[in-house]
Design a protein around this ligand. Sequence first.
Ligand code: NAD
Length: 391
Amino acid sequence: MFNEERRFEQPIRWAMVGGGRGSQIGYSHRSAAQRDNLFQLVAGAFDLDSERCKDFGTNIGVDADRCYSDYKEMFRKESQREDGIQAVSVATPNSTHFEICKAALESNLHVICEKPITFTTEQAIELKTLSEQRNHVLGVMYGYTGFPMIQQAREMVERGDLGEIRVVNMTFAHGFHNVEHEKNEPGLKWRVSPEVSGPTYVLGDLGTHAYYLCELITGLEVKRLSCMRQSFIPSRAPLEDNAHVMMEFESGAVGTLWASAVNAGAMHQQKIRIVGEKASIEWWDEHPNQLKYEVQGEAPRLLDRAMDYLYNDSEGVSSNRIGGGHAEGYFESWANLYHRFALAFQAADQDDQETLSKLWYPDVNAGIEGVRLCEKCAESADQDAAWVNFK
Ligand code: NAD
């Protein structure tokens, strides 16, 4: 069970690039990272505007001389300090991720980057090579995978409770952008601009989350896919605000993924249903403490977080924070992931390859596969939903 007692002698000295005042995701990172005394925010290049960066940074407790006008200056100056940063989170728009992650790894920092980590698979692989050369970890913020019931789902598949997997149905389809909100929302405007967002909008923004849940829970590998995508708000073209993907996995299983920002009336609708030969499981991020478990011929069951009938975390990274029945949510999921990142950073620093190889966290490979998904879906959609090989 989590409590606030120290797990590390000293918290990891940590910084952020991006995530400044008014950003969508900066607070989630800070709130999760500092939740369990594992990370301490000591520096930042939080904003494109240096005055706003300083004003915001000092307001949240960072020393003025460690609020930097750009990330290059931060990495250079921090590397000259004895108490310089050890890790950085990158929460800037997509087009900047590659350069910032590269510079961070070259400065011997551990990195947690937002998704999609790059525009191209080639760039993502380059970051992986660099992180291996530097023995520094590059993690990806697939924030929904820290929910304890996702670990339970993973264990159930691994132990064969479902039998052979046949079908995976993934959706992440909200309705918040069913009209042209980007006229007044800078945070949406860049998402529908290819030069900042990359080759996709909803596939990268939402589809990568749903797809990573599938990868993590089932371990299935995509063999080939077919994608069609639309821009229901015409000015968003060539980027899609709705996409349907069909997948064939190497094992013979099949899957579908629906990513959308125009699912009018829906909140998140991030759901995954995994159908095996004996039973199915289903998880929905709007009710993350429950996992539906349906065995053919038996009454359906709703499994609840923190109950004794669940499997224990086989990696020994218990994510339990409060007893069953209390609502746990998004921030806890993120904090659970930051806990895993901290353990990975520590193992890398100690060159403990065995721990690193056993510990699950959204790593650079997860980042690469998310980028590959975007690339391949765009390739298929641009050929009228032709089937394309995944690798
Ligand atoms: P945003 O536009 O709301 O905020 C971006 C922030 O980065 C701003 O503070 C801006 O000033 C700053 N910034 C931009 N370029 C910078 C640079 N070069 N140096 C320093 N700061 C810079 O964007 P957002 O919605 O917070 O998204 C940021 C990233 O997070 C994107 O990659 C997005 O895909 C991702 N995201 C992930 C999740 C998730 O669930 N994991 C959710 C939302 C967003």
